[in-house]
Design a protein around this ligand. Structure first.
Ligand code: NI
Length: 393
């Protein structure tokens, strides 16, 4: 079976490349992936899968049933693009002005579709089902949670899930895994510090929100540096601070916002409480009022240890021991694949695409970002091999 798969996949490389280029040329933003979804659904139907469209607005789910009843494994691809003006100069560059697949989701779709195609040709060897989840809006506001609410993990109920991100910090064709956290939880906050406006020359008649907000920004940093275990990586970044618009007017209020990144769920719960206590303490002591809104966004992406070891063995078997390694550090970036991993065991891994010879070396979300298409068959082989093993008789 291993050899049959390898051969079929290497013979289909053009298909994977063409798919990737098609989606690259026609990128769509989160929850607007109408043409993308239509194309995905058409192909899945052509290959004989049961298809459900309009899941979480623009999501598509394809189910491939093997010849015998058994377990169900899911593969997820995110399908949305970014509001970036492409500058790659590629012949298949974006035709949708100001929108670009700059986060490899075009490659993710191509690999997930490629896997569906290859497996549909050998389904008589599968004992169970494969569910292909094409998910909208990973870049925000998030499509995973909505797909789960709409039952994507049920009927047939999913026993394990697998997903990947093409990763430009890893050499092309190498696979980075983690048997625990791989990406952080990403939350966000907004606050308004309200003072009393006045003349810059007469501060005693005003209440200056800028001074209070400045103390708040610096004191918030003491949560990470003085209150948390240094080995529990946490970030509090206040990323916007807007107040005032004239050199001699003390403004009425200051508006701030930022992001909080954590791995430890207890810390994730505790940080907003500590933030509010600092904000309220400083605001009160400086005669200001405040509003504070904290929104839990994506949880940390935490892989199942046992399932990841299982994946590791299969990946090493296909690619060779040296090509598969445990990443030294998880990323402080976030990924809504985390919502699936809260419900079912699975693994999310990085497939390297860095190739200096081909000058493929830009970070994701860069206007010149592109991927090494030679990795597309590798991703398909990893997915296919996992499924074949998971659903073996
Ligand atoms: Ni991405």
């Amino acid at each position: 079976m291993k050899e049959i798969l390898k051969e079929r996949i290497s013979n289909s490389k053009d298909l994977f490349v063409n798919l990737r280029r098609h989606f690259h040329k026609h990128p769509e933003l989160g929850y607007q992936e109408h043409e993308t979804a239509k194309k995905i659904a058409e192909l899945l139907k052509e290959w004989g899968l049961e298809v459900q469209e309009g899941v979480a607005t623009t999501g598509v789910v394809g189910v491939l049933k093997g010849n015998k009843v058994g377990r169900t494994i899911a593969i997820r691809a995110d399908i949305d693009a970014l509001p970036i003006k492409e500058a790659t100069g590629l012949e298949f560059a974006s035709q949708n002005e100001g929108v670009m697949h700059a986060c490899s989701h075009d490659g993710h779709i191509a690999m997930c579709l490629g896997t569906a195609k290859i497996l549909s040709e050998i389904k008589e060897h599968l004992k169970g089902n494969v569910k292909f989840i094409f998910q909208p809006a990973e870049e925000g506001p998030g499509g995973a949670e909505k797909m789960i609410e709409e039952g994507v993990l049920e009927n047939p109920s999913v026993d394990a899930i697998i997903g990947l991100h093409i990763w430009p910090e890893i050499e092309s064709g190498f696979v980075g895994i983690s048997k625990g956290p791989i990406m952080a939880a990403a939350d966000r906050y907004e606050m308004t510090i309200k003072g009393l406006g006045g003349h810059g020359a007469k501060p005693h008649l005003a209440i200056d929100p800028i001074i209070a907000a400045s103390h708040i920004v610096t004191t918030l940093q003491s949560i990470v540096s003085r209150e948390l275990d240094p080995l529990d990586s946490t970030v509090i970044s206040n990323c916007s601070f807007n107040s005032g618009n004239r050199f001699n007017v003390i403004p009425e209020e200051a508006n701030l916002s930022g992001t909080v990144r954590t791995f430890n769920p207890k810390i994730r719960e505790e940080v907003p409480r500590r933030m509010e206590s600092i904000i309220s303490g400083i605001a009160n002591s400086m005669r200001c009022k405040y509003d504070f809104k904290y929104e839990y966004y994506y949880p940390a992406t935490i892989n199942d240890k046992e399932f990841t070891s299982y994946f590791e063995n299969i990946a090493k078997d296909i690619l060779g021991q040296e090509k598969v390694f445990e990443i030294e550090r998880p990323s402080m970036g976030a990924e809504d694949f985390s919502f699936y991993l809260e419900k079912v065991p699975g693994t999310f891994f990085f497939l390297g695409t860095k190739n200096e010879e081909k000058e493929i070396n830009k970070p994701i979300h860069h206007p010149e970002y592109t991927i090494d298409e030679d990795i597309l068959p590798i991703g398909v082989e990893l997915f296919c091999s996992m499924v074949v093993d998971f659903l073996k008789e």
